[in-house]
Design a protein around this ligand. Structure first.
Ligand code: 5BU
Length: 487
């Protein structure tokens, strides 16, 4: 590798502000003394050319088995991957990044066969989660991925995290190397080198989003309630929680409508009005008197039109074998149309295994919300029961658990899981049958709710659309205040 060229490129990247030193708020919510933004390089064709030349040479030099294809992690690495593809004469694949609104849309563009190998190209790596997102989509299509080429490794645990998932990272630059080059060239002070080095040592990110301090002590500096949904989406392990978090950020809505009506026509009319304001539609299909296949088909097309996710609040609570049948069979065939379902933890892990076993189409993305607490007066869920539910959600089947239904902020700590909280109404109080209500602000800021369930607060309103919008806006304002961002 031509070290002079490499150093010159490092300096050039600094000169065009592809990285800077200062005090920057990172996506994960903590401050960093160094910030990379390689997007700027598209404005410098000479830099693009040199970078892609060096990367092509680097790939040859490290003798990595490049396989049949290249795939850049969207978006910054896309033009870089394109240039390498041309220089190395190796076909490229493109992974879509937009939120999938429904089922079967193709995630990978380009020609390939299952079993083909694909090399990942990425610009800057912190935790490695973006690489792993792309890897997961490629693997889901049957592609084999074992290596990733990256421009800059921030040395914060990305290499270890990707390795754990069977992806070896090869970086053209490490942050330490860049610091040395700039220091040698007299472009930065020794004190900057020291402070960045100290930060890097103290901010090692693990794949679960926690930080490991220098001495190996784990600190959960990333608090779920302090992080944005955008940042949390990177950490989610269940594809549906990831999708829901992205959808929430786009629609600026954490509102879940509980469509507890008994006529299919009335539900569809309501959802048509309220659809633009919700991220999630919650159903109880066993209360619908005229349930039929067209009803779920219409719900699905409304979900597509208004971009929301569907959850059947089935509250499964039986042994694995029975829930598998209840999920996929019978009158409702819930697994065929509900993206998410609610599940009691009381039977133990077998309930998740049973539900998973009922899914026979691997391309169907499905997930569950586990009930740790209920909103009703005198609920029997003890703190011990809720803690055991959390353990069940975080120790196994993590790809299947999208979140937790609960009432208190301290239960869900992992930022990749969503907290769903029912019992929300502008007028606080208790209904005649023991349902307890808190205001939108209270559930978000005090109870730590991410997605908030509102039923009668909207159903009984004179103008349901306006009321849904009001709930959406108040919940969103409370969330923005909670994480410290402007609306
Ligand atoms: P409401 O009309 O906003 O009270 O409706 C609340 C909905 O949330 C309703 O469909 C319940 O079945 C559901 N729910 C709940 O209220 N409390 C809980 O703890 C759970 C679900 Br879990």
């Amino acid at each position: 590798m031509d070290q002079t060229k490499l150093k010159e490129l490092g300096i050039k990247l600094f000169e065009i502000n592809a990285f800077k030193f200062g005090d920057f708020k990172m996506k994960v919510g903590i401050n960093s003394p160094v910030y990379f933004d390689l997007r700027v390089i598209v404005s410098y064709p000479d830099v693009m050319n040199t970078l892609s030349e060096l990367l092509t040479e680097f790939i040859k030099l490290i003798e990595v088995d490049t396989g049949a294809h290249l795939c850049g992690v969207p978006y910054t690495a896309l033009p870089i991957a394109t240039l390498i593809s041309i220089k190395a004469n190796k076909p490229m694949l493109i992974r879509r990044k937009e939120v999938k609104t429904y089922g079967t849309k193709k995630m990978i563009e380009g020609k390939f066969n299952a079993g083909d190998k694909c090399l990942i190209i990425e610009d800057v790596v912190t935790s490695g989660s973006s690489i792993l997102d792309t890897v997961n989509d490629l693997r889901a299509e049957g592609l084999a991925v074992t290596d990733a080429i990256v421009v800059v490794d921030r040395e914060q645990g990305g290499a270890r995290n990707t390795e754990e998932d069977g992806v070896k990272m090869h970086s053209l630059f490490t942050l330490s190397y860049l610091l040395n080059v700039l220091r040698e060239a007299g472009l930065i002070e020794e004190s900057t080198v020291q402070s960045v080095a100290k930060y890097i040592k103290g901010a090692q990110i693990r794949s679960d989003g926690s930080f490991v301090e220098n001495g190996g002590k784990v600190i959960n500096e990333l608090s779920r309630v302090g992080m944005t949904f955008e940042a949390r989406a990177d950490l989610a392990k269940c594809s549906l929680s990831k999708e829901l978090m992205k959808l929430i950020s786009i629609k600026k809505s954490t509102l879940c409508l509980a469509a507890d009506l008994t006529s299919s026509e009335e539900i569809l009319k309501l959802v048509e009005k309220v659809g633009p304001y919700i991220c999630l539609l919650k159903t109880h299909v066993d209360i619908v008197e005229d349930f039929n296949d067209n009803f779920v088909k219409s719900l699905q097309s409304l979900a597509k039109k208004h971009n929301f996710i569907i959850m059947e609040d089935r509250k499964f609570a039986d042994i694995g074998n029975t829930v598998a049948l209840q999920y996929a069979s019978g009158l409702y065939k819930i697994s065929s149309w509900a993206d998410l379902v609610t599940v009691h933890a009381i039977p133990g892990q077998g309930i998740l295994k049973g539900l998973k076993a009922a899914l026979n189409d691997p391309t169907q993305q499905r997930g569950v919300f586990l009930l740790a607490e209920m909103s009703s007066q005198g609920s029997l869920a003890t703190s011990q029961y809720s803690a055991a539910t959390m353990k069940m959600a975080t120790e196994t089947d993590v790809d299947f658990v999208a979140g937790i239904v609960c009432q208190s902020a301290d239960l869900v700590t992992f930022p990749g899981l969503l907290q769903l909280t029912p019992g929300v109404k502008i007028e606080e109080g208790v209904d005649g049958l023991g349902q307890k209500y808190d205001s939108p602000e209270h559930v978000v800021k005090e109870k730590g709710a991410d997605v908030c369930v509102v039923g009668r607060g909207i159903l009984n309103a004179k103008n349901q659309a306006d009321t849904a919008k009001l709930y959406r806006d108040r919940l969103w304002a409370a969330y923005c205040e909670r994480v410290g961002i402007s609306e």
